[in-house]
Design a protein around this ligand. Structure first.
Ligand code: ADP
Ligand code: MG
Ligand code: MG
Length: 254
C-alpha cells in the first residue's frame, strides 16, 4: 500500500516576463489501487501539475508538498522520482533523434531497477509489450518519437508504462488525438496496468471519452490551477452533458 500525497501545491512557470503562478493550492491524495481522473478546460494547469510531480525544471514549486509514502518527492531528481516508483506520460512526448526505442526502453528500465534487465527475457518482453499495443517490432529500431504519428506516440508510452510497471503513473492526455481503435488499445493497456490491483493512476484528460473505457474511482474537476470539485464517475457524466461552463463564473477574478 503506497500513497502519493499532494498538499497545497503552488507552482509558477518560468516565462520571459518572469515567473507566472499557475497552480494555486492543489490537494490530492492517491492510494495504490485507485484511479483518479483529473478533468478540466484547456489552460487550467493540468499539465503543469503533471510536470511538477515529475520534476520538470521549468516549473517552480513555490509552496506545498508532494510525498510518496512520506518521502519528499520534490527534493528528488527526476531519476530518483522514477526509482521511487513514479511514471509520467507527457501530453507532447519529445522526439529523441538517434536513440532507438529499444535503447531508450532499456536505459529507462535500467535506471528504474538499478540494474540492466537480462538481455534475452528483455527483448522478448519488449516485443510482447509492443505487440500488445499493436506496434510491430521494427518499431524498436526507430528513433524515439521521431516521425511517430500521434497514435504511435501514445501506444509507445503505454508500452513503456507496462515495461516499467511503476507504482504510480501520471498519464497526461494520453487520449488526445487518438482514433477509436487506438483509444481502445491504449485503454486496454492502462486497464492491464491498473488491473494488477495495487497500482495508482492519475489520468489527466480534457474529454470524457476515455472514461468510457477506463473507470475512475474519483473524478476531480480542475479549474484555474486548483481542484474546483470532486466526485465519483458520475461527475464525468455530468461534465459530458454540461461542459466546464458552470465553473467559469466561480472565482472568475482568480
Ligand atoms: P492544461 O494542461 O490544463 O491545458 P497547462 O498546465 O499546459 O494547462 O497551462 C496552464 C497555464 O500555464 C496556461 O495559461 C499556459 O499558457 C501557462 N503556461 C504553461 N507553461 C508555460 C510556459 N512554459 N510559458 C508560459 N506559460 C505557460
Ligand atoms: Mg482500481
Ligand atoms: Mg495539458
Amino acid at each position: 500500500m503506497a500513497t502519493l500525497e499532494i498538499k497545497d501545491l503552488n507552482v509558477s512557470v518560468a516565462t520571459e516576463s518572469g515567473p507566472k503562478p499557475i497552480l494555486n493550492g492543489v490537494d490530492l491524495t492517491i492510494r495504490s489501487g485507485e484511479t483518479h481522473a483529473i478533468m478540466g478546460p484547456n489552460g487550467s494547469g493540468k499539465s503543469t501539475l503533471a510536470y511538477s510531480i515529475a520534476g520538470h525544471p521549468k516549473y517552480e514549486v513555490t509552496g506545498g508538498s508532494v510525498t510518496l509514502d512520506g518521502q519528499d518527492l520534490l527534493s528528488m531528481s527526476v531519476d530518483e522520482r522514477a526509482r521511487a516508483g513514479l511514471f509520467l506520460a507527457m501530453q507532447y512526448p519529445v522526439e529523441v533523434p538517434g536513440v532507438s526505442v529499444a535503447n531508450f526502453l532499456r536505459t529507462a528500465k535500467t535506471a528504474v531497477d538499478g540494474e540492466a534487465p537480462k538481455i534475452r527475457t528483455w527483448v522478448r518482453d519488449v516485443n510482447a509489450a509492443l505487440e500488445r499495443v499493436q506496434l510491430d517490432n521494427t518499431f524498436s529500431q526507430r528513433s524515439v518519437n521521431e516521425g511517430f504519428s500521434g497514435g504511435e506516440k501514445k501506444r509507445h508510452e503505454i508500452a513503456q508504462l507496462e515495461l516499467l510497471n511503476p507504482a504510480f503513473a501520471v498519464l497526461d492526455e494520453t487520449d488526445s488525438g487518438l482514433d477509436i481503435d487506438a483509444l481502445r488499445v491504449v485503454s486496454d493497456g492502462v486497464n492491464r496496468f491498473t488491473g494488477q490491483g495495487d497500482r495508482g493512476l492519475l489520468l489527466i484528460t480534457h474529454y470524457t471519452r476515455i472514461l468510457r473505457y477506463i473507470t475512475p474511482d474519483f473524478v476531480h474537476v480542475f479549474v484555474r490551477g486548483r481542484i474546483a470539485e470532486q466526485g465519483g464517475p458520475e461527475l464525468a457524466e455530468r461534465l459530458e452533458a454540461e461542459g466546464y461552463d458552470r465553473y467559469a463564473l466561480k472565482g472568475a477574478d482568480a
